[in-house]
Design a protein around this ligand. Sequence first.
Ligand code: MEV
Length: 311
Amino acid sequence: MADIGRGTGFGKTILFGEHFAVYGLPVIASAISDRTVADIVPSEKYELIDNRPATPGYKEKKKGEMERSMKLLLDYMNIDVKRDPVKIILSGDLFCTSGVGASAAMATAIARAFSDLYGLGIGDEEINRISYEAEKSTGTPSGIDNTCSTFGGLIWFIRDIDSGKNTIEPIKLGKPLDIVLANTGISQDTKAVLSDVKRSKEADPGKYEVTFSKYEMLVKDARKALEAGDFEAVARNIDKNHELLREINVSCDEVEKIISAAKASGALAGKITGTGRGGYVILFTPGKELQEKVSKAVESIGYITMKTTIL
Ligand code: MEV
C-alpha cells in the first residue's frame, strides 16, 4: 500500500440534452479543465475533509446526496472504511455548484485515489463504472456526468437504458467554442428535480413525446453545426433547447435574468446546463472580446462567471 493515493476528476458542461439524457436521447457535453482532486491517506478513523471551493450552501444542500454517493462507491469498490480507516481530502479548482458535474468529479477522483493508494491499477472504463454507481445517489443518472469527468473531451452520448452499453463518440469541433458559465448561486438537489420531471412526464406522456421529438431533431442538427463550425445554427439550437427546458419546468427566474442580460450584451444564445432551476447557465459567446463583454455584463448584475473554451 502507498502512503498516499491521489486521483482527479473533471467538471463538465452540457451543451445539449440535460434531462432528455435520462430517457435515452442524445446529449452533447464536454469536460471542462477545472477538476476535483482527492487525496487519501490511511488514518486512525474515517474522515472526509471537503476543501473544495463551492457556492455558499452547496455542501449543506448536497450533504445527503454526497453521503449516499460515498456509500454506493465504497460498497461497489468493496472498501470497508470501518475496518481500514482512511482520511479523504477533497480539493481542486472545480468550483462546486449545481450544473458542473461536481458530484461525478468527486466520485471519479476518489475512485482513482483508492486505486492509487491500494495499487489496484483500475483502468478508465472501470473508474467510469464506479463513478456511475456513485451517481446513482441522484436516482436515475444518465451516465453523462461520470463519462465526462472520467474521459474528458467533447462527446456525443446516448444512454442505453436496456443494455447499459452507452454510445460514447468524440465530437470534433469545426471551430473552438468560447463560452461563459454563469453561476446563479442556487444549488439544487438533482434527485428531487429528476423525480419532479419524471412525475410530470408520467402525468402527461403526450406532451413529453412531442418535446422529445423536437429535441431529437435539434440535437442532430446541433451536432452537424458544431462539426461544421456553423455558429449561427449552434446558437439557434441552444436557444431551442432552452425553450424545451422551460417547457419541462427546469428553468427559473435567475436563469432567465442571466440569459436576458447576456443577450443584451451580445451573447448569441443561452440555456441552463445540468440539473437546472438554478446552478449554472451556459452562454454562447464566440470570440474573446464578446466573451469578456458578456462575462462583465453578467457579473455587473451580481453573478459570478467562468470563461472557458471548448476545443
Ligand atoms: C445532470 O448534470 C444532468 C441530468 O440530465 C441528470 C443526468 O443526466 O444524470 C439532469
